[in-house]
Design a protein around this ligand. Structure first.
Ligand SMILES: Cc1cc2nc3c(=O)[nH]c(=O)nc-3n(C[C@H](O)[C@H](O)[C@H](O)COP(=O)(O)OP(=O)(O)OC[C@H]3O[C@@H](n4cnc5c(N)ncnc54)[C@H](O)[C@@H]3O)c2cc1C
Length: 415
């Protein structure tokens, strides 16, 4: 006998989705996290259910524009060289996965998973009574420079080839849609079926509330070690040892730090991203608008205007970098004109594998451990479907989609 059918390490959107799917299906479920549900990367993201976003950051243009990305004053990408030198495996693998061939393959894998995203998250939104947090107003993407607009063609063609629905807009149409944009508009694309969540942390909080109403239990402790056995997993938190039939590792950017679960050998990295909140400025926009050259989204949220995005490659534990916060403020003003001082700022740690694909599958070391992490820029969008797949694996069932591309023993360095 075990204490629980399944335990989940991590109460971000991925772990919380797994827990709610598991409890709905009648499993005795324990959610373990030392921090409140939805307080990690799932707290402050841009809130987009970005089912159109099948293009990985691994893109051939990264190789050609690397000097500008690394040294440009207005670059949305920042890299700590010290960190890069200490982690050559992640960096080299990331660059190797930027070839046109790999980028094409990765986008295909992401598109297939994204096509199931709504089927994963919608039942959980209903279950949590969170329909009021979902807005169906589409998503607008803007390129402000001629070179940016031209370089978008390849990615848009790739999206179209994967069946992503979008409309090319004229400059006037884009300005009519979002009249407060101060940017030049060289190209504009509208994704009419895109939705966004007006408070991502509130979504996780309500999912957690419903999980507990259904009988799920929560333990505010950290999983420090796990030992898989033939018919169960022994889970040590420092304060106690719990026995569960299965353990799902959904600890986001920290998933590689739990000894015994077969994740420490994986090249899991972190793409750090930031947000700024302007409480009184939500009226500037009516839907999420992504500015390609700026590397961020502007989104109307319940708490105000959120400017969220950019990528900083640095150690997971480092504090927020004031230069990246200043970058976002400066570029937000390029987008909208003068803005007041932000009311708050936030650093989030996206869990990212160097091929931009998540890890979803049974651990090669034990059938009783399931991996569910590495969702990079798409965790909010893909959390629901990942949770459903993870529970299929808990039950020893074959998911209704091919997940072989997400297995943790795949080859990461493809030269
Ligand atoms: C600026 C920014 C904008 C973004 N915008 C979007 C967007 O618009 N759309 C989208 O789909 N995605 C977006 N993302 C990505 C998305 O936020 C992440 O992919 C997602 O939140 C990852 O969820 P997670 O559950 O894997 O990790 P997290 O939310 O980080 O949760 C992991 C949890 O694990 C816990 N934990 C860690 N170690 C242990 C342990 N040993 N034991 C127990 N618990 C542990 C942590 O306390 C944490 O609560 C964005 C990210 C950023 C940073």
């Amino acid at each position: 006998m075990t204490d629980y059918d399944v335990a989940i390490a991590g109460a971000g959107i991925v772990g919380m989705s797994t827990a709610l799917w598991a409890q709905r299906r009648g499993h005795k479920t324990l959610l373990v996290d030392p921090n409140p549900p939805g307080s990690g990367a799932s707290f402050g993201n841009a809130g987009t259910l970005a089912t159109y976003a099948c293009l990985p950051v691994n893109d051939p243009s990264v190789l050609t524009s690397l000097p500008a990305l690394l040294f440009g004053k207005n670059s949305p990408l920042a890299i700590s060289y010290r960190h890069a030198l200490k982690n050559p495996r992640w960096m080299l693998s990331f660059l190797a996965n930027c070839s046109a061939k790999r980028s094409h393959e990765i986008s295909g894998e992401l598109a297939r998973l994204l096509s199931h995203a709504d089927a994963g998250i919608n039942p959980l939104i209903d279950e949590a009574g969170a329909e009021d947090l979902v807005v169906s107003a589409g998503q607008l993407s803007i390129w402000s420079s001629k070179s940016g607009a031209d370089s978008a063609a390849r990615g848009l063609a790739l999206r179209r080839s994967h069946g992503v629905l979008f409309e090319e807009l004229t400059t006037e149409e884009a300005r009519t849609m979002e009249p407060h944009l101060a940017l030049p508009v060289a190209r504009a694309v509208f994704y009419p079926t895109a939705r966004h969540i007006t408070d991502p942390q509130e979504l996780v909080r309500r999912m957690h509330e419903r999980f507990e109403e259904l009988g799920g239990q929560t333990l505010a402790q950290q999983v420090q070690r796990a030992t898989p056995e033939a018919d169960r997993v022994m889970i040590e938190t420092g304060a106690e040892t719990i026995q569960a039939g299965k353990l799902v590792v959904a600890s986001g950017a920290f998933s590689g730090r739990i000894p015994g679960v077969g994740t420490d050998r994986l090249p899991l990295g972190t793409e750090r991203g930031y947000h700024l909140m302007f409480a009184s400025e939500a009226h500037r926009i009516s839907r999420p608008v992504g500015w390609a050259e700026g590397g961020f989204y502007a989104v109307p949220m319940d708490q105000g205007l959120r400017i969220a995005g950019t990528v900083e490659i640095d150690a997971v534990h480092k504090p927020a970098n004031p230069k990246r916060i200043a970058y976002l403020k400066r570029r937000a003003e390029d987008m909208f004109g003068n803005l007041p001082q932000p009311d708050s700022h936030w650093l989030g740690r996206r869990p990212t594998m160097p091929d931009s694909l998540p890890v979803i599958g049974t651990s090669p070391e034990s059938m009783n451990v399931i991996h569910a992490f590495g969702h990079q820029h798409l965790g909010l969008t893909l959390g629901g479907i990942t949770g459903r797949i993870a529970v299929d694996l808990v039950e020893g069932r074959q998911p209704n989609l091919d997940i072989s591309g997400f297995r943790s023993d795949r080859r990461f360095l493809r030269l």
